[in-house]
Each structure stands twice: as C-alpha cells, then as structure tokens.
Design a protein. Structure first.
Length: 590
C-alpha cells in the first residue's frame, strides 16, 4: 500500500509538472506566433495587394488572434486597417496594383464605404491599377468596387442595385402585450429616437428628416458611381427602378456596370495582363493582415494621436455575457483624454467619432475634457458614419470638425425615457403594493404606478435644462448665438454636406484631411500618427473567448438581426442614463 501511494504521488507530481511545462511551451508558441506575425515584413517585387471584402466593416477591426491562428473567421474588417494598408500600398514601389475580392460586405454606414472608396481612388492617382472581381456584389460592395479600373463578374453572378431605404422598427404594441409602456419627456420636434418605443409609425417631422438624408446619401452614391463607370445618374436610377438585381449577368455588361464576365480560374490571367506577365505566371500577393507588418516611412516628425471613439456613449462599462459591445465609456474616455493632454510627445489630437450618441451626462463630461485638452494642443474631429446628438455634443468643442458628405450629424436635442411596468406587475403578474411615506415625492419612481402629471412636469423641466446646456455648448464651440443654434437644432439630423452649409462642421473629407488640419494647427511640417486607445491584447481576448462572451454576442446578433440594438436597450434599461442625447438606435438604412 505504501508503494501504491508513493507511485500515485509520483504520477500526480509528474502530471502537474507536465501540465505546467505544456502550458509554458504553449504560451511560448503563441507568443512566438504573435511575434512572427507582427515582425516587419518585406514585400516581393511585382506584388498585388488583396482586399477581401466580405464581412462587417467597422471603425476598427475586432478580429481575434485565436480565430486567426485557427484559420477561422477573422471577425470585423477594420476601416482603420483598410485605409492604412491602401496608403502603404500606394507608397510601396513593389506593389503594382490592388485586387478586390468582392463578397457579402456590410458596413456601419455609406460614409465608411465612401472613405474606403476615396482611398482607392487616391491609390489610382499614383498610376497603379485596381481590379475587382466577385460572384455577388452587394450594393455597398459594388459602390466601393466601382472605383476600380476593371470590374469583373462571374458569368452566373449578380450585382445588387436597388436604391436605399430606411425602415424604422416600432415596438410600442409589442411592449403593450406585456403590460409595459414608455413615459417620455423630450425636447426637439425632430428628436425621433424614442418613437421606436412610443409610437407605431414615423412622425411627420421624422419622415421629413429621414427622407432628406436617405435621398442625400443615394444621390452621392449615384453621382460617384456615375463618374467612375461613365454612366448617367438617370440610368443608375432607372436600373434601380427596374430591379436589375435579378437581371441576366450579360445585361450588367450592357449596362456598363461590369466590364467582363469571367470565371474564378480566369482571374489570374487578368491580373497577369495588368502586371505585364505571362498568363500562367505565379502572382505575389499580400493581404491586409500582412500589410500591417510591412515597412513604412511613417514615424518621422511630431506625433498626432488619433483617438477612436465609436459606439454608444455610456456612463459606465456594463457587465455580463452580452456586454462586450464597443462603447464610448465616459469615465474611460475622460481618463484617456487627460493622459493625451499630459503626453508631451503628442502635439495634436484627432478624435475619430462614429456614434449616434447616448448618455447626456457622459457626453457633457467628455465635452469638458475636450475643452481642457484643446487648451494645451489642437483638437480636430473626424466624423465617421455618425456623429450625432451625443456624438455631436462631444465634437462641438473641437478646434475644427471634418465630416464625410454622408455623415449623419447634428440632432441637437435630448430626451428622457422611463419604463412604466406597473400594468405588467399589478395586472398580469398579480403583484400588490402598499405604501407609507414621509414626503410628497418620497415614492417617486415607484414601479407601482406611472409618473403623475406633476412628476412629469418636474421631469420636463429637467430635460429642458439639459437641452439648454447642450445648445449652449454648441453655441460656444461653433461661435454662434443660442438663437442661431436653435434654428438648426430641435433634434434635426443633418447630412455632413448640409451641416457644412449651416456651420455645424468646417470641412468635408475623411480622416486624412482631419490629420492634415491637426498638423497645420500644431505647426508641424513633418508628422506621424499613432492610434489610441490600444487594441485588446491577446490575453484579454483569450479570457473573453473562454468566458463565451464573444460567441454569445455573435449568436445573439445573428438571431435578432435588426432587433438586437432595441433588445439590448430593453435588457439594460435600468443601467442606462435616464437622460439620453442620441439618434435612433439603428437608422436601419438598407
């Protein structure tokens, strides 16, 4: 028996030692793979950069190194990575052209697609070429690919071209079935975000503004495609009205939407023709992930920080399995801005904002830190797909604001939305309440009943003060009178191109223009950019992966689709700031 325990102990110790050594070796392998992936890479002569346009295009990539090592999905396509890769490819003499592999691309906005498209057009100005090929082009993907020298399609392929629509979702009647309704206090005739929960159709004011920005976006898309493909805008509208999405692929050539129908195996010959090589020669390619490690001349001169702020504006980071959305967390952003303020190496800051807003309180705190930051160094805002309501609040104090023509911005207005669950509790679930109180409003906010008329009046006054503060911040930042701001406020959403006319923004363009302006304001002749905040490191990714958060979120999005955002709001309603400065949770532009 003594020997048994001796051998058993030895076995256990051996297993423990083996597990520790295996863990150490595994960690070293992972670190080694990460290190090798981030090592500086040289590009072979006569190379072609490949852009795979499948998946979701967002401000920054959210790919997991675990997925990449396993050969699985690489997650979200980061606009930052795409623009950086195209810029590097333009300046690299060994890269002769770009091959776009079109797919089922979806994007957070047409403004993001426009940023990619403009980068491709700039790439072509260097004398280099672009070829696009796809089995299917989504409308957004085709909009980007139309910037190519050649647009190729599979003989059995499809080009989706149907126009743009916005279809807001209304949940009032659904909530009523469960005995829940929203009590609303708001300022702004056009402030339409609460309509999802308080109405069953669009208000006249909301229909007016949505009609304006949907038509404005479509006009921009048609104008740019028309210029690249040498097709009239009228013809493009006729194609949409005739629903050519289901047309014979040969018609797309006739319509000048594509240049040629070819099978996948024939693409190599097309690319070699552009490279002036034999049709069967091997082609040196480099992908977006590899371009991150390609040598670059960037890094000289003063540092300009590009701070990415995108997602909902919230007071605090939420917890739980479905909480790993990217948000603009008030306290975190304020701390980050303070660090940039104190960093003497940073000569100017570009805030890259893509947000429909959120907490009015968090927006005010971030506004305050932007004010402090610009006392020490220039602050320029670069607006992405949205910088509206709270997103505009935190932008308004910058020295200079740059927006894309199709950015959704403005929406200067706020609201308070409070769930009334008294019917659910008392009538449907049979919960009973009694009460003892010391003062008139001691039971304010009780779930036993909705707010009364006097309580709603107090809430209305509170909302009015918040709106007055928001309006004054805009007036101060944009050097306008309060009366001038009021004329363009009332919650009205504006396209970037229209916001320029009413002085809500200073210039139209992308991130590159914002960086150039920041350099000018900081009086930098040479400069380089550095992205903030740093992306999630691989250890945190590993822990999140183990917790199942990413998987559960992805599945929830897949199942709920366009209802995901409304569901998340209802799920976290009690954790939300009561006073919101935001546009609809999803403009639902298709």
């Amino acid at each position: 028996m003594k020997d048994f325990f001796k051998y058993m102990s030895a076995t256990v110790v051996g297993l423990i030692v083996f597990s520790v050594l295996t863990g150490i070796i595994g960690a070293m392998c992972v670190v080694g793979m990460i290190a090798s992936g981030s090592a500086t890479k040289d590009v072979s002569d006569n190379s072609v950069m490949v852009i795979n346009m499948s998946g979701m295009l967002d401000e920054r990539s959210q790919s997991s190194f675990i997925d990449e090592l396993g050969g699985g999905s690489v997650g979200t396509i980061g606009l930052d990575d795409v623009l950086g890769a195209i810029r590097k490819a333009k300046g690299n003499d060994k890269i002769k052209g770009i091959y776009i592999e079109a797919g089922m691309l979806s994007a957070d906005s047409y403004a993001s697609l426009a940023a990619m498209r403009n980068a491709l057009l700039d790439f072509r100005k260097s004398g280099k070429w672009i070829i696009a090929y796809g089995d299917v082009y989504t409308q957004g993907c085709y909009y980007v690919a139309s910037a190519a020298d050649k647009v190729l399609l599979n003989p059995s392929g499809q080009v989706d071209w149907h126009g743009i629509a916005s279809q807001p979702v209304f949940l009032k009647d659904l909530m009523a079935k469960f005995g829940v309704k929203m009590q609303l206090a708001k300022v702004g005739t056009y402030k339409s975000a609460p309509e999802m929960y308080t109405a069953d159709r669009m208000s006249d004011a909301n229909r007016e503004q949505v009609t304006a920005y949907v038509n404005g976006i479509w006009q921009n898309v048609c104008k740019e495609v028309a210029e690249s493909r040498k097709i009239s805008v009228k013809a493009l509208n006729d194609y949409a009205d005739n629903f050519i999405t289901l047309s014979d692929p040969k018609d797309y050539v006739k319509y000048k939407l594509v240049d040629k129908l070819v099978y996948t195996d024939q693409i190599k010959a097309e690319i070699n023709k552009m490279l002036k090589k034999d049709t069967d020669d091997d082609i040196n390619t480099v992908g977006l992930a590899e371009m991150k490690a390609v040598k670059s001349d960037e890094g000289k001169g003063g540092k300009i920080a590009v701070y990415y702020a995108y997602g909902n504006i919230v007071d605090n980071a939420a917890g739980g399995m479905l909480s790993d959305e990217h948000n603009i967390v008030g306290k975190t952003v304020c701390d980050d801005l303070e660090a940039l303020m104190d960093d003497d190496d940073v000569k100017a800051v570009v805030l890259r904002i893509n947000s429909g807003g959120g907490s009015a309180y968090a927006s005010e705190q971030i506004w305050h830190y932007v004010e402090m930051l610009k006392k020490k160094k220039p602050v320029v805002v670069s607006m992405g797909g949205m910088a509206a309501s709270g997103g505009y609040y935190i932008s308004s104090g910058a020295n200079w604001i740059v927006a894309e023509p199709t950015t959704l911005t403005g929406s200067i207005g706020i609201f308070g939305m409070f769930p009334d669950m008294s019917e659910l509790l008392t009538q449907k679930l049979g919960v009973k309440f009694d009460e003892v109180k010391t003062n008139k409003f001691s039971a304010f906010g009780t779930p036993a009943r909705p707010f009364n008329e006097e309580e709603m009046r107090y809430l209305g006054n509170y909302i009015d003060r918040g709106y007055a503060l928001f309006r004054s911040r805009v007036a101060q930042g944009r050097k306008m009178s309060t009366a001038q701001v009021e004329k363009i406020a009332q919650g009205r959403v504006w396209l970037g191109q229209d916001a320029l006319k009413i002085k809500l923004v200073d210039e139209l363009g992308g991130l590159d223009k914002a960086v150039a302006k920041a350099a000018q304001l900081a009086k930098l002749k040479e400069y380089h950019t550095s992205a903030y905040p740093g992306k999630t490191d691989w250890i945190d990714q590993l822990l999140n992966k183990a917790s199942g958060g990413t998987y559960v979120k992805a599945k929830a999005r897949e199942v709920l689709g366009e209802y995901y955002e409304p569901f998340m709001l209802l799920k976290d309603i009690n954790n939300q700031s009561a006073i919101q400065a935001r546009i609809p949770f999803d403009p639902n532009i298709k």
